[in-house]
Design a protein around this ligand. Sequence first.
Ligand SMILES: [Zn+2]
Length: 462
Amino acid sequence: MPTLLVKNAQILVTMDEKRIEIAGGGLYIENGFIKQVGKLEELPARADEILDLKHHIVLPGLINTHHHFYQTLTRAVPAAQDANLFNWLKTLYPIWARMTASDIFISTQTALAELALSGCTTASDHLYLFPNGSRLDDEIEAASIVGLRLHASRGSMSLGESQGGLPPDSVVDSIDNILADSQRLIERYHDSKPGAMIQIVLAPCSPFSVTTEVMRQSAILARQYGVHLHTHLAETQDEEAFCVQQFGHKPVAYMQSLDWVGEDVWFAHSVYVNEEEIRLFSKTGSGVAHCPTSNMRLASGIAPIREYLKHKVKVGLGVDGSASNDGSHMLAEVRQAMLLARVRAGQEGASLSGSAEHWIMTARQALELGTRGGAAVLGRNDIGSLEVGKCADFIAIDLDQIDYAGALHDPVSAIVFCSPQKVSYNVVHGRVIVKEGHLTTIDLPKQIEKHNQASQRLVSGI
Ligand SMILES: [Zn+2]
């Protein structure tokens, strides 16, 4: 059994039940799982591989709960830079319709490389269009090379323009194809065991791009196999108006009418929800992927994170697709979550001196959303903290960087308050994916070159 010893971390953040932080801490890892957590003298002296992480902070790997990897090919497209969600989508759908299997493969590796370098060890991705013979298999194959844990969502769109939906008919599919492919993917790839590197999720895209029957049948199929369900929900006011007009319900009530709530369901965004809807999420165990940057970028709004946490709703963080961020930097997303929560707090009166009660999200709370929160949202109890028996998924950040100079009285907060940096180490299931700041699994300069060629071809349409 391969063993790995991590020692001498300036501070090791466990994110365990008691949120213990260990100065001079380390980990002993056997076969991808954590066997011991503690100070140097408490750990075995030998291992097959030793990482001496002096001057580094060590944390559980960050967990990304919402993304569209393929959108790394269409970042900052001029015509979509200053649009709201529906206009942004209408601009990009025809470009995305030109994608091939190779584009899915390349963009998956770029997104995962960026995520890995920014501290992410587990990523969920939502791929919901499969043009020109591309398949979710292309993404899964690409991800297995990079080495991050993947929750690959088999997305779908079936409500084209001619039926009152938002996407053009050319990018939607039939219910029979969607369900048959979903079943095939679950049977081929889904792993429900502890330490699973790949899980399949069923993820019809959104209320405005999917028929009611696809939503309903996807839920039935997911529950037959015990896989999770995911979709975009309550992201904008446009969506709410669409749902009321088309289905006679607001988005959350529509989901409830389709049996789309529960421990096995999580929603991206969920900005426009009222107290009653938040209580429903809490009661049913439905989770939320909070995507602060995307919500700002598309002028969607500010999700009520304080209220979610007050009602013990599971909340994780997502960078969202790279055409609405336009980056896949997980540590930066943690920072954005903290800052955006403070904007909302200000709107609610936190900036009034003498205001009786207000809530300011702390750096540690933001990190908790990005680790334990994400694990809960994805339904994983084997990741999200550094504890005995959990997967050896962790990151290390070099504290001797100019960005942290003057902030080392509290390194844990420093990595959130100060300008977000890349990690020095990223380890997934005991395997070192990033070492001394460099990816070990793919050649990054070559990858960037391939990616830019694919992007240029796709956007120009030539
Ligand atoms: Zn999204």
